[in-house]
Write a protein that binds this ligand. Sequence first.
Ligand SMILES: [Zn+2]
Length: 77
Amino acid sequence: MHIVYYCRHCKTYLGSIDSARVSYDDLGFTNLSDQEYEEILEYHAEDQTTYVKTVCEFCETALQQNPYLLLTNSPIQ
Ligand SMILES: [Zn+2]
């Protein structure tokens, strides 16, 4: 299983896990609701990789300081 973590805001690569011994259960993904699961996890069958959308430290700090930045991700223009 190949899992890649990246920032949902700036798309920065944050790290990856490449192990046959790691399961979704180990990573806590099975605790997610269906909606969270859809929002956070993205499986690409062509490269058999699961992409995990998270928030990097930089964006987390930026969002704490400027919460209105969240609005830039809103589909409402
Ligand atoms: Zn970021």
